[in-house]
Design a protein around this ligand. Sequence first.
Ligand SMILES: Cc1cc2nc3c(=O)[nH]c(=O)nc-3n(C[C@H](O)[C@H](O)[C@H](O)COP(=O)(O)OP(=O)(O)OC[C@H]3O[C@@H](n4cnc5c(N)ncnc54)[C@H](O)[C@@H]3O)c2cc1C
Length: 427
Amino acid sequence: MNVLKEQKLDLVVIGTGMAGAAAAVFAANRGLTTAQVGETGEIIFASGYLDLLGVHPPENGRILSDPWVGLVQLARDEPDHPLARLAPDIIRTALDEFFRFLEASGLPYRRDAKKNAQVLTPLGTTKPTYAAPETMWAGVKALQDQQPCLLIDIRGLRGFSARQIAAVWDTRWPKLRTVTIDFPGSDHLTELYTETMARQLEQPQNLAELAARIKPHLKDAVVVGLPAILGVRNSLAVAAALAEQLAVPVFEIPTMPPGVPGLRLRDTFSENIAQLGVSLYREKRVQAVRPESDGAFVLTIADHAGEEMIHAWRVLLAGGRFLGKGLQADQAGIREPLFGLPVYQPLSRREWHRHYFLDPRGHAVNRAGLETDQRMRPLGEKGTPVFRNLYAAGSILAHQDWMRRKCGSGLAIATAYAAVEAIKMDG
Ligand SMILES: Cc1cc2nc3c(=O)[nH]c(=O)nc-3n(C[C@H](O)[C@H](O)[C@H](O)COP(=O)(O)OP(=O)(O)OC[C@H]3O[C@@H](n4cnc5c(N)ncnc54)[C@H](O)[C@@H]3O)c2cc1C
């Protein structure tokens, strides 16, 4: 067992999802010596769209065109919501810093800073989002102006159907057409996978062949939509090259998860966070944490190859919910397994869910999580921080149901920022 006792880091971030990744970026930007530990988490399921606040109040499904106005309403209606506890300026600054990181890492996002965009889902419905990868942005205008548009179906690809999208829009988007083509080199295959296709399209000859197969069907189309398969590593360049060959803008639409946009985020984080100087323990878990008398922690990190220990002054827990295993549920209730922190939750399991799955009021279990003080430190039964040097961020936090409010990434990034700012000040 390798015990790194001699090096006490400023911070260990537990979690490599959106909250953990954002926290690692913010910590590195502030010069904190940082390690990050985690398995892939929910990020692999991400559509690529980055939501801030799309719906409020969710009971009547009100779609927000302006997330900033929505945040003011949220603060009034639900002051305990983690986004409601942060000043809008803090949220804005957090997002700006995070987008600068993505841009510098080769995965630029586009947004209209003042309002949400309406974007297409793989089912052909729309959803409000705050920002979208550059490779998806031409779709926002195409949808808004109902431009003459050609959507591409690829034979053998599951989890995406241009024909279904067109059927949903029908007469509401009269100049939306679809065509089904064979993917270059797929003649002998009955089933295709988005990651493999995306990697193949990074080869210029495959991209040129795809363009050649689309071109005869362009006709009056001024924009072309495809499933999100335009490269894993350098999607911007792949999309630009295809647009040039077709002589019209192109845009991607997310496929059903897991998909390529989630892979891009995962790889962008793991490659570029390491370049910022963060020690990354990828696909590993923190098995145990031992608090020390001086307020620091010793963390045991393990994978199939063995154990390692790291020593840090502060820990930021961004372990996610049930999928990431930051929270666990059993007959006794919902637990936070690593530190044994109290979890805000309904008094009994019977109250977790309402009778109807689609009840517009949502389910109490989805609002379970950690309560924190204003410095993002998890609270104990007495309402004071359990550990003075432990912080939390992301979907593990209580009093939020990010899926219904469409606020997943915004909540993760803004709370990570607030936690790292507190850590920097406390340091
Ligand atoms: C299907 C799906 C679609 C989504 N679509 C969108 C979307 O369109 N727009 C949007 O904004 N957001 C979307 N999201 C949400 C978003 O991607 C984030 O997942 C969400 O905001 C929560 O992020 P998180 O970092 O808090 O948690 P997670 O992403 O769950 O990350 C938790 C991390 O903690 C790690 N962890 C837990 N315990 C330990 C431990 N003991 N040791 C080490 N590591 C540990 C896990 O391995 C994981 O890395 C979607 C999520 C899903 C599931």
